[in-house]
Design a protein around this ligand. Structure first.
Ligand SMILES: Cc1ncc(C[n+]2csc(CCOP(=O)(O)OP(=O)(O)O)c2C)c(N)n1
Ligand SMILES: [Mg+2]
Length: 678
C-alpha cells in the first residue's frame, strides 16, 4: 500500500509532468523523445530492463550529446574526446539510444531490438568490450563516478606532460541517487575536489526515487552540500528545462572546480501513471502504459521507428566533432612528442625495458639480497619507474609501508600535475576505482599500494578491472601473519584464496627478490586485467641465483629438485618457500630427498600444459605450505596431500612466535614428510 506521502509525491510528479507535456514539443524535446521511445520499445521487447532513468534524463542527455560533449561518432577512440560515463549503469538504454541516434557504427536498430539478449551490444548494463564508445562497464553503483575521477585525473597528468594542444578534454558523468548514496562517492568526490579536477562534471539525476521508493525512506542528506564541502562547484536545475540545462552545462565548462549539477527530473518521464514512481525504475512499463506514454509524448511512430526529421539532427550531432578531431590530428602530426604520445596511448611498453630488467636481475643474482619482498618491489620500481615514463604510482596513505615511492616521483597537486605519484589518502576503494579510470583513459599505467588485508576495501573495483580487462597493478604488502604484532585485523587469511577465485585476476606472490622482479615484469606486461603483487613485510633470503628468462611466468616451477627419486614434493608460495627450502636441507642430511616447488601464481600455472604441470608436481606425496587458508590448494595436492597453513584468524605477536603458534614451521614440514612412512 502506498503511503499518504507517496501518493501526494506521485500526484505532484504527475502534475509537473502534465504541465511540461502541455507545452509544444520543441525540436530538442522531439529528439529527447526518440530516446524515450527507443527505451520503451527495447524494454518492452526484452520484457525487462530499466526505463525510468533514460526517460527521466533524456532531456539533459540530449543537450549534452548535441551541444557540449566533444566526440566524433566516426572515431569513438579519438584520444582527445570527452569521456562520457553512465555511472547509473542500469539506465543503459540511454547510452545505447544515444550511440544509435548519433550514428555510431555497430549499434543499429537490430542491436536495440535485441537489448539484453545473448551477444547483443546492448547488454543489460553497459559493457566495456561490447562497443568502442562504451568507456567502461557500469552497473555496480558508484563505480562509474569513482572511475571517472581517475579518467579526469589522467587527463590532467597527460595535459601537463603533452600540453593542451594534444590533451584537453572533459569527463562527464551521469550518476543517480544510488551512486551518491554509495560510500565510494565520498572517497571519489573528496579526492576530485582536493585535486580540483575541474574538467570533471557530474550530472546528478536528482529524481528522489530508487528501487524501494522515495529516497526519503533512507536518506536525508543534500549531496550538493556534501560535494560543495569537498570543493566542488554545484548547481541545482530543472532537468526538463532546456534553458536551465544549457546554462548549467555552459557554466560547468568554465568552472575552476569539479562540478555537480543536480538535475531535478521525473523518473519515467512520459509514463502516464508510473512516472515519478519506483514502478518505472526497473520493469517494462507494460503495453497500455507504454502506448499511453508515447501518445502523451506526442510520438505516433511504430515501435523501433525514428522519423527522418528526428534522425537528421541526431546524426548531425554525431558529426559535430569532425572538425575538432581533424584539427587535433593536424596538431598531432606536428607535435614534437608525437611518437611518444602514440606509444603510450597504444599501451606499448618502451624500448629498453627488457634490457634494464635483465641487468637488474643479473645484479640480484650476483648480490643475493636478503630483503622483504616489499623492499624487493621498491628496488624493482627503482628500475621500472625511470624506464617506463607512463608508470604512475600511488598509495592509500601507506607509502612508507608499501614502499611504492622511489626517487623522481613528484606527487600530483591541484597546482601541479607534472607528477608521477598520487597520494590517494585513506581511500582504498576510491584509489582502485581511480586506477581503473587512469588505465581506461589510456596513456598511463597505474599502480597503487595498500595492505593486502584491505584488498577487501577495493574488491568491487578490482572485480570491474578484471571484468573489463584493464591493466592496473596493486601492490599489496603485509601479506600474512608474517606482519606480526598488528594482529588479526591486519593479517590476511582468506584473501589469497578469494582473489584467486576471481576470474581474469593475476595473483602473484613472489618468494624472493628475483621472483619479485619477475612478477613485476609479468604485471607490467599483463594488459588483460588486474595484477596483484602480494608482498611480505618480513625479510626472506635470496633463493634464486640465476636470472635468465622468467621462471615465474609459468606460475610454478621446480626451485630445487631432489637429487634422486622424490620422497615428497614441497609446494610453497612467497615467504613460505624459504621455509620449505630449509626443511629440504635438513631432510637431506637425514638422507630424505624432497623437491621444492615455488608457486608464485596459481593462475599462470593452471594455464600450462598438463605435461609441464605433472612434471613440476611429480608423483610423490605433495605438501603445500602457505601462511593462509588452504581453500583452493586441493587441486595441486591431490587426495594424499597435506596442507600446512592457517585454519582461522591470526593473532597479535612477533611474527616468529606466530609461525610457531600456528604450526607453520620447518619441523611441521619435516613431520609431514615423515608421517608418510618415508
Ligand atoms: C552497488 C550496487 N548496489 C545495488 C544495486 C542494485 N540497484 C540497481 S539500481 C538501484 C537503485 C538506484 O537508484 P537510483 O540511482 O536513484 O536510480 P533510479 O531509480 O533513479 O533510476 C539499485 C539499488 C547496484 N546496481 N549496485
Ligand atoms: Mg533515483
Amino acid at each position: 500500500m502506498a503511503s499518504i506521502a507517496e501518493i501526494s509525491r506521485n500526484d505532484a510528479a504527475l502534475k509537473r509532468q502534465a504541465e511540461i507535456l502541455a507545452r509544444p514539443v520543441t525540436a530538442d524535446r522531439g529528439m529527447a523523445n526518440a530516446i524515450r521511445a527507443l527505451t520503451i520499445d527495447a524494454v518492452e521487447a526484452a520484457k525487462c530492463g530499466h526505463p525510468g532513468m533514460p526517460m527521466g534524463m533524456a532531456d539533459v542527455a540530449t543537450v549534452l550529446w548535441t551541444k557540449y560533449l566533444k566526440y566524433d561518432a566516426a572515431d569513438p577512440k579519438w584520444p582527445d574526446r570527452d569521456r562520457f560515463v553512465l555511472s547509473a549503469g542500469h539506465g543503459s538504454m540511454l547510452l545505447y539510444a544515444l550511440l544509435h541516434l548519433t550514428g555510431h557504427d555497430g549499434i543499429d536498430m537490430g542491436a536495440l531490438r535485441s537489448f539484453r539478449q545473448l551477444h547483443s551490444v546492448a547488454a543489460g548494463h553497459p559493457e566495456y568490450d561490447e562497443h568502442p564508445a562504451i568507456e567502461m562497464t557500469t552497473g555496480p553503483l558508484g563505480q562509474g563516478l569513482a572511475t571517472a575521477v581517475g579518467m579526469a585525473l589522467a587527463e590532467r597528468l597527460l595535459a601537463a606532460k603533452y600540453g593542451k594542444s594534444l590533451v584537453d578534454h572533459r569527463t562527464w558523468v551521469i550518476a543517480g541517487d544510488g551512486c551518491l548514496m554509495e560510500g565510494i562517492s565520498h572517497e571519489a568526490g573528496a579526492l576530485a575536489g582536493h585535486l580540483k579536477l575541474n574538467k570533471l562534471i557530474v550530472l546528478f539525476d536528482d529524481n528522489s526515487i530508487s528501487i524501494d521508493g522515495g529516497t526519503d525512506l533512507a536518506t536525508s542528506e543534500d549531496p550538493l552540500k556534501r560535494f560543495a564541502s569537498y570543493g566542488w562547484a554545484t548547481r541545482r536545475i530543472d532537468g526538463h528545462d532546456y534553458d536551465q540545462i544549457n546554462a548549467a552545462l555552459a557554466f560547468a565548462q568554465k568552472s575552476s572546480k569539479p562540478v555537480m549539477i543536480a538535475c531535478k527530473t521525473i523518473i519515467g518521464f512520459g509514463a502516464p501513471s508510473k512516472a515519478g514512481t519506483a514502478g518505472s525504475h526497473g520493469a517494462a512499463l507494460g503495453g497500455p502504459e507504454a502506448e499511453a506514454a508515447k501518445h502523451g509524448l506526442g510520438w505516433p511512430h511504430l515501435p523501433f521507428t525514428v522519423p527522418q526529421d528526428i534522425y537528421e539532427p541526431w546524426k548531425a550531432a554525431g558529426t559535430r566533432g569532425v572538425g575538432a578531431r581533424r584539427t587535433w590530428l593536424k596538431r598531432l602530426q606536428k607535435h614534437p612528442q608525437k611518437a611518444e604520445f602514440e606509444r603510450v596511448m597504444s599501451g606499448k611498453l618502451p624500448d629498453g625495458l627488457t634490457e634494464a630488467m635483465r641487468d637488474y636481475k643479473a645484479f640480484v643474482a650476483e648480490t643475493k639480497p636478503k630483503l622483504a619482498t616489499r623492499q624487493a618491489s621498491q628496488k624493482t620500481l627503482e628500475v621500472l619507474v625511470p624506464a617506463i615514463p607512463e608508470l604512475i604510482g600511488g598509495s592509500a596513505d601507506l607509502t612508507g609501508s608499501n614502499l611504492t615511492l622511489v626517487k623522481n616521483m613528484p606527487g600530483a597537486r591541484p597546482d601541479n600535475f607534472v607528477a608521477r605519484y598520487i597520494y590517494y589518502g585513506v581511500r582504498e576503494h576510491g584509489m582502485a576505482a581511480a586506477m581503473n579510470g587512469i588505465a581506461l583513459h589510456g596513456g598511463l599505467i597505474p599502480y597503487g599500494g595498500t595492505f593486502f588485508v584491505f584488498s577487501d576495501y577495493m574488491r568491487p573495483a578490482i572485480r570491474l578491472a578484471a571484468l573489463m580487462g584493464v591493466r592496473v597493478i596493486h601492490v599489496l604488502t603485509h601479506d600474512s601473519i608474517g606482519l606480526g604484532e598488528d594482529g588479526p585485523t591486519h593479517q590476511p587469511i582468506e584473501h589469497l584464496a578469494s582473489l584467486r577465485a576471481m576470474p581474469n585476476t593475476l595473483v602473484l606472490r613472489p618468494a624472493d627478490a628475483m621472483e619479485t622482479a619477475e612478477c613485476w615484469e609479468l604485471a607490467i606486461r599483463n594488459t588483460a586485467g588486474p595484477s596483484l603483487l602480494v608482498l611480505s613485510r618480513q625479510a626472506v633470503p635470496a633463493l634464486r641465483f640465476e636470472s635468465n628468462g622468467n621462471k615465474s611466468a609459468r606460475g610454478a616451477y621446480v626451485l630445487a629438485e631432489a637429487p634422486g627419486p622424490r620422497a615428497a614434493t614441497l609446494i610453497a608460495t612467497g615467504t613460505e618457500v624459504s621455509l620449505a627450502m630449509a626443511a629440504r636441507a635438513t631432510l637431506a642430511k637425514e638422507g630424505i630427498q624432497v623437491a621444492v616447488v615455488s608457486a608464485p601464481s596459481f593462475e599462470l600455472f593452471e594455464k600450462q600444459d598438463s605435461g609441464y604441470r605433472n612434471d613440476v608436481l611429480g608423483t610423490a606425496r605433495r605438501i603445500g605450505i602457505e601462511a593462509a587458508i588452504g581453500y583452493g590448494w586441493d587441486r595441486w595436492l591431490g587426495p594424499t596431500g597435506k596442507f600446512i597453513g592457517m585454519s582461522g584468524f591470526g593473532a597479535s605477536a612477533p611474527a616468529e612466535d606466530l609461525y610457531k603458534h600456528f604450526g607453520i614451521t620447518e619441523a611441521a614440514i619435516i613431520a609431514a614428510v615423515k608421517d608418510e612412512g618415508v
